[in-house]
Write a protein that binds this ligand. Structure first.
Ligand code: UD1
Length: 420
């Protein structure tokens, strides 16, 4: 298992390119199951979760080809098995995204339940309720969802009790091939939901309202192939902006979409950083100043993303003043707090709020990554900690950040990957 060794203290400076969005790429790969035609997907990030999804599709009999520019050609016409095994689903919860497409196109699916996870219980009850309302027969047995839809799924009015991103994507995909109209109320408005909708529309689906809280899908008999490019990763973008802010540096991020980061950019500006942006780039400059701690409340898009919470907690730990970060989306997403303390941070938890008082300096230590974004926050803290920080269990980072050590090195960070 690899670890990252970081020697902190270098203000980051330079330019890097942002990769395609993991949370759009995963559902779009699942959407290829909705047609027997060839689908080509571009701007796919080079990530472990993508490899897992490809393995999942490959085991079903789907043909996949990747070129050197990470364009993936998928042909699901050769599918043999509508089965997602536990051994793959347990490593990546997003595997549940194959359930909707398999049911919609093949009328049956057997998908392992994802189980618990480091940041909360994360059930999939709303996915299942929605599919049942569309006429699917569902049985949960031996840890698997056994699903069948005799005839086509039926369009339905779905009132989502909570805003769920993956749930919205799963049900929207299922609805594309259902008979009649499906209306998803209280739908997730995340840009990755809209990206999936745009891809489905390019495959012949009839979808309106993606990006709002009411999505209307008029089912069609079949979908066809397409050539689609994934949108840039807003969370990767935000993470590198925090890397610049936390180190007192100046970075420019290219091939991104800053308009998708409104709440994050507003908080970085409030922290005292100078943020400038164009259509496909964003730049952050601290002018060498130590930034100010900011209060944050996470909420579904367009609110402040829970996927940026850990990074801002790390930033507040070395910023001027005291601040509170409240996590409203997941119940247990503060695993990084204890590790940040090992680096000398003054941070305590009160319920779902992390209260930090900034210290001028952290000191390097061995720390352990517990989930994807928590790992990122430890790397960020390591960039400002005096001496060496060893971040262990970085397979979490490789799930969601493409070549993080190369990108940070390009910005001047002293970071290297070694086998531990
Ligand atoms: C997605 C993102 C993840 C992000 C999260 C919230 C992907 C692959 N992952 O995760 O990076 O952190 O959105 O922005 O896109 N819930 C239920 N029942 C359900 C479904 C969800 O109670 O059936 C709850 C969850 O436990 C959680 C909340 O709803 O408390 C939001 O979860 P959800 O939006 O579904 O997160 P994911 O789609 O799993």
């Amino acid at each position: 298992m690899d670890k990252l060794i970081i020697t902190g203290g270098v203000p980051l400076n330079g330019e890097i390119r942002i990769s395609g969005a993991k949370n759009a790429a995963l559902p779009i790969l699942a959407a290829t199951l909705l047609t027997g035609d060839k689908v080509v997907i571009g701007n796919i990030p080079h990530l472990h979760d993508i490899t897992t999804t490809m393995e999942l599709l490959g085991r079903m009999g789907v043909e996949l080809m990747v070129d050197e520019r990470m364009r993936i050609e998928v042909n699901a016409g050769s599918i043999r098995e509508m089965f997602a095994p536990y051994e793959l689903v347990k490593t990546m919860r997003a595997s549940i995204l194959v359930l909707g497409p398999l049911l919609a196109r093949h009328g049956r699916a057997e998908v392992s339940l994802p189980g618990g996870c480091a940041i909360g219980s994360r059930p999939v009850n709303l996915h299942l309720q929605g599919l049942a309302a569309m006429g699917a027969e569902l049985r949960v047995e031996n840890g698997y969802v056994h699903a069948a839809a005799p005839g086509r799924l039926k369009g339905a009015r779905l009132n989502m009790d909570m805003v769920t991103v993956t749930g919205t994507k799963n049900l929207m995909m299922a609805a594309t091939l259902a008979e009649g109209r499906t209306v998803i109320h209280n739908a997730a408005r995340e840009p990755e939901v809209s990206d999936l909708a745009n891809c489905l529309i390019s495959m012949g689906a009839c979808i309106e309202g993606a990006g709002t809280d009411t999505i209307i899908v008029e089912g069609v008999k079949e979908l066809h192939g397409t050539d689609y490019s994934i949108l840039p990763d807003r969370i990767e973008t935000g993470t590198y902006l925090v890397a610049a802010a936390i180190t007192g540096g100046r970075v420019k991020l290219k091939s991104t979409r800053p308009e998708l980061l409104g709440a994050v950019l507003a908080k970085l500006t409030e922290a005292g950083a100078e943020v400038t942006q164009g259509e496909d780039w964003v730049m952050l400059d601290t002018g060498g100043r130590r930034i100010k701690a900011v209060d944050v409340h996470t909420s579904p898009y367009p609110g402040f993303p829970t996927d940026m919470q850990a990074q801002f907690t790390a930033m507040n730990c070395v910023s001027r003043g005291t601040a509170a970060i409240t996590e409203n989306v997941f119940e247990n997403r503060f695993m990084h707090v204890l590790e940040l303390r090992r680096l000398g941070a003054d941070v305590r938890l009160e319920g779902n709020t992390a209260i930090t008082t900034g210290v001028p300096r952290l000191t390097g230590a061995p720390v352990m990554a517990t989930d994807l974004r928590a790992s990122a926050s430890l790397v960020l803290a390591g960039l400002v900690a005096e001496g060496e920080t060893h971040v262990e269990r970085i397979y979490h980072i490789d799930r969601g950040y493409e070549t993080i050590e190369e990108k940070l090195s390009q910005l001047g960070a002293q970071i290297r990957r070694v086998p531990s």
